[in-house]
Design a protein around this ligand. Structure first.
Ligand code: PMP
Length: 388
């Protein structure tokens, strides 16, 4: 493993060996009794991880974009008014896909690095009647965290379905779907869920299911039509064989291992671990003079950190020096500042030592790029922070 680098991007992340081991097992038939048991157990585990006991979980082969796509396709009928609360790149993506399904889309855009305030959302909901409101819990292009509690309340108050894009948050940031009144929480496997890319995961609450059931027009997406998948999810949960499209057998076995680990750790502990690690990374970055993209500390996610390059440093050169020091980080994604910042992912299996290694590699990279700063200050800050 001497050539191993540490993958610290905001997805895919480092995965637990037991999860990777499950991917390498001989592939079972999708109707083998052992596999049916595993699939059924994953559905039950998802309800716990999402804290959504009355929801219908869906496990589909695909990526996070498919999870967004299937939520849009099933909940929107042509002409429906939808509100997108955009804190970056992925909010804009949601708006585009909703338009494909004929939605009339209004967008409330946050300033770069900022959030959309609840009072702004409420003013819009007072002005017009919406069927659906979508928001990104953590927008991976900015590292900005939105407050789902407020949005859940607004959804209930104004009778608007709420969809939370939790691709960069589920199983890392605190989410209590049912208690907070969020109708759909969707994610993908490759981030805090802890399974390599390949699964789209959604928990659909009762109100969203009933809106979907009362559709007047067909779902304009064949693969993603919940009507095709609901009987399959129900059959697996009842431990019965079924088939619509071949499930991603190995990925689902890996999901079972990972969700078991998540539940064994305990959700409260897991949220705290992410917060502590995220805070230590941000404290270290600021100790060596790196500025965050989120405009205020309380807007910043626990699962990732987005940092501006210092003015004196060439971004691609810095990332390449950090990689030489053993850590892979991600460049920018938000089109307005793409070349000006970089991103660190710290979720799922992440451990305190990974942040030490990451901050150490960033310091090495900065020094090799000729940037002057107090060397060692970042690593010291992580140690201080994590020893408290
Ligand atoms: N939403 C968010 C918040 C994301 O971070 C991502 C992926 N980075 C997606 C949606 C899309 O997921 P995928 O790349 O798996 O399609």
């Amino acid at each position: 493993m001497k050539d191993r680098t540490l993958l610290m991007i905001p997805g895919p992340v480092e995965f637990e060996p037991a999860v990777l081991g499950a991917l390498g097992h001989p592939t079972a038939s999708h109707v083998a009794p052992d596999f049916i048991e595993i699939f059924g157990a994953c559905i039950e585990q998802m309800r716990k991880v999402w804290m959504a006991p009355s929801s219908q979980p869906l496990i589909l082969a695909g990526t996070g974009t498919l999870a967004m796509d299937t939520a849009g396709a099933n909940l929107v009928e042509p002409g429906d008014k939808t509100l997108v609360i955009s804190t970056g790149f992925f909010g804009e993506r949601f708006a585009e896909l909703l338009k494909r399904y004929g939605a009339e889309v209004a967008i409330l855009r946050a300033p770069l690095g900022g959030i959309v305030e609840s009072k702004t959302i409420e003013a819009e909901l007072k002005k017009s009647t919406y069927k659906l409101m979508v928001f990104t819990h953590v927008d991976t292009s900015t590292g900005v965290l939105m407050n789902p509690v407020e949005i859940g309340k607004l959804g209930l108050r104004y009778d608007v379905l709420t969809v939370l894009d939790g691709v960069c948050s589920v199983a890392g940031e605190e989410i209590r779907q049912e208690e907070w009144g969020i109708d759909v929480v969707l994610t993908a496997s490759q981030k805090a869920i802890g399974v390599p890319p390949g699964l789209a995961l959604l928990a659909v609450g009762p109100k969203a299911m009933s809106k979907w059931r009362s559709r007047k027009t067909p779902v304009l997406n064949y693969y993603g039509d919940w009507g095709n998948w609901l009987p399959i999810m129900e059959a697996y949960e009842a431990r019965k064989p079924s088939y619509f499209g071949t499930p991603a057998v190995n990925h689902i076995c890996a999901l079972h291992v990972s969700l078991s680990q998540v539940l064994n750790e305990g959700l409260e502990k897991r949220f705290k671990r992410h917060k502590r690690i995220g805070d230590s990374c941000k404290a270290a970055a600021s100790a060596i003079g790196l500025k965050q993209v989120p405009l205020q500390p309380e807007f910043a996610a626990s699962t990732m950190t987005a940092l501006y390059y210092p003015d004196t440093v060439n971004g691609p050169e810095l990332l390449s020096k950090i990689k030489e020091a053993g850590v892979v980080l991600a460049g920018g994604l938000h089109p307005d500042i793409k070349a000006k910042y970089f991103r660190i992912g710290h979720m799922g299996a992440v451990k305190p030592g990974d942040i030490l290694a990451t901050i150490g590699a960033i310091e090495t990279g900065l020094a090799r790029c000729g940037h002057s700063f107090e060397t060692g200050r970042g690593v010291y800050t992580v140690q201080e922070y994590l020893s408290q």
